[in-house]
Ligand binder design. Sequence first.
Ligand code: MRU
Length: 376
Amino acid sequence: MASRMVLSLEWVDGEDGFLRLLDQTLLPREVRYLECRDAAVVWEAIHQLRVRGAPAIGIAAAYGLYLGVRKLAGCNDAAKFVREVDGVRDYLAGSRPTAVNLFWALDRMQKLAHRLAASTSVPAIASALLAEAQAIHDEDRRLCRAIGRHGAGLLQDGDGVLTHCNAGGLATSEYGTALAAIYAAVEAGKRVHVYADETRPLLQGARLTAWELQANGVPVTLLCDNMAAQVLREGRVQAVIVGADRIAANGDTANKIGTYGLAILAAYHGVPFYVAAPRTTFDLSLADGTKIPIEQRDPREVTHGFGRPTSPDGVDVYNPAFDVTPAKLIRGIIFEGGVISPVCTETIARALGGSETEVGFSDGAARRESRSSRDG
Ligand code: MRU
């Protein structure tokens, strides 16, 4: 299934290699690619959501850092090169504040440059940075596949699944996180019907999730955000699965604005609410979600959401791009090592500390728990 997916981003090799990004602001009407040859174009693409979704932002930023410093790859002053790395790192880190994958990827690149600087030539450091960005990209493919395998185990034949925003192939290297669970379930022969919230104000659910699922032949029904309660009440949904932009040490999870409300609705209706995210989305430096920075965006996204004014001139607008869902509303976090359930500081620390085989969090336990609460 992934082979038919339109790639959100791709490194194009060559003398003057570049990052090719799918401009997601134009979907679903137009499939157009953007060629990024310097850090400023990558910064703008992240800031404007041409590339978006936490893992894809991290991958783009890693390539962006390499693109930003490669002009100095021929110099023989390692200290100067590393200062440039630091500057480009800080510059790209200012493109968006919430998705921790951005900082994780940039810091990984920066650390590598610092480590190599003492003993390696500048051209070799530059090559290593490109290889590191490609490694981050490749790793994300594997993480998404593993998330899909674990997430699919939570779904049964005939399930309806509600999702919010886009946590699919477009938001990652290719397979997605929340949508990976659905793709893997479908690949395993289960019939799954997806309900996609349109996700105001920028309509990632309508423009991206509905488009991506349609393109991959997965049945999808589009909902306005305010219809979720009714759809849950009607019993059409057996699981809610969303992605994440940053997960604090205790499991509190930042994701697209509207996710928190959906988690409350799911709890009220006894429907299990899952978060799907790789370990690169966890921020263990934050004890809980209160300190997660929430991006505030341009009021025009709300007042001119459909290409024309939809409100009176001068009206006051509040436009946070994300909200934080408390851990206690999350039945399980699906990551590449399994399903963390219950969600709390101890289980997360244990899960992230172990390798895949060591993690003692079985999909079966989370599934049994969710089924019994649903049936009961
Ligand atoms: O503002 P966006 O479109 O970047 O927000 C994206 C989301 O909220 C996704 O759910 C999240 O990044 C997870 S993507 C696998």
